[in-house]
Ligand binder design. Structure first.
Ligand SMILES: C[S@@+](CC[C@H](N)C(=O)[O-])C[C@H]1O[C@@H](n2cnc3c(N)ncnc32)[C@H](O)[C@@H]1O
Length: 220
């Protein structure tokens, strides 16, 4: 099936799957399918591997990423989602913070071919350790799967520009293994609202990601 522009800017579809235009043609990052069509090469974006793709599949109210977007990304892992953002934010910068040395090595490899990706080996719970490296961000994205995920998000809000968007991927079982996921998401929503953020949307990511929700906020 032909790949075409989806309803979301910079994201493409064949009617079933999502794609971004590969900024490093010929190279797959995590075994995803590459499809050549016309002058472009597209990378399939798997919602079971990337929560951001799952968010799009579940109906994102806003997709705050564009060509010039600067992103602070906390919990970048090996760069699965980061690599798709790097395809989109071609004139922006993605500051990708990751605590695990092993994952960081893969991020470093990715950054060799991508000028818009700056990997930072650091603990996102200690933003003072990287504040000199990052510029104010248009979007803050966090996916750390940690018990103190809301606290980490709050500590990093100082890097988000006024009017900027925040995306927090909440893993219910990280926050509280005994609580019902819906109760965890409601609690996260309350905590973020009480931090002065506008909560735009809370979307459960089933069936793509079990016991996960995406919380989309805006900073006044
Ligand atoms: C679920 S994975 C992220 C997947 C990635 N966001 C993606 O979609 O491609 C969570 C990552 O957060 C990292 N992490 C956990 N705690 C962290 C912290 N305090 N600071 C930075 N990274 C952290 C873990 O090492 C792990 O790589």
């Amino acid at each position: 099936m032909r790949i075409r522009q989806s309803d979301v800017p910079h994201v493409y579809t064949d009617g079933e799957h999502l794609y971004t235009v590969n900024s490093v043609p010929g190279l797959a990052v995590y075994g995803e399918r590459l499809v050549r069509q016309g002058d472009a090469e597209y990378r399939q974006w798997d919602p079971r591997r990337s929560k951001l793709a799952a968010f799009l599949k579940r109906g994102a109210a806003i997709f705050p990423f564009g060509r010039g977007t600067d992103v602070l990304y906390l919990g970048a892992a090996q760069g699965t989602t980061v690599s798709h953002l790097a395809d989109i934010c071609l004139e922006g910068m993605i500051y990708a913070v990751e605590i695990s040395r092993r994952a960081f090595q893969k991020l470093l490899d990715l950054s060799e071919r991508r000028q818009n990706l700056m990997p930072i080996l650091a603990d996102a719970g200690k933003p003072e350790t990287y504040e000199r490296l990052v510029a104010p961000a248009d979007v803050m994205y966090q996916d750390v799967a940690q018990r103190d995920q809301v606290e980490i998000f709050r500590k990093n809000l100082k890097f988000l520009r006024p009017g900027g968007a925040g995306i927090l991927m909440v893993k219910a079982r990280s926050a509280d293994v005994t609580a019902a996921p819906k109760a965890v998401y409601a609690s996260v929503r309350r905590k973020l609202a009480s931090s002065g953020l506008d909560v735009v949307q809370v979307v459960e990511l089933e069936p793509y990601q079990r016991d996960h929700a995406c919380v989309l906020v805006e900073k006044a």
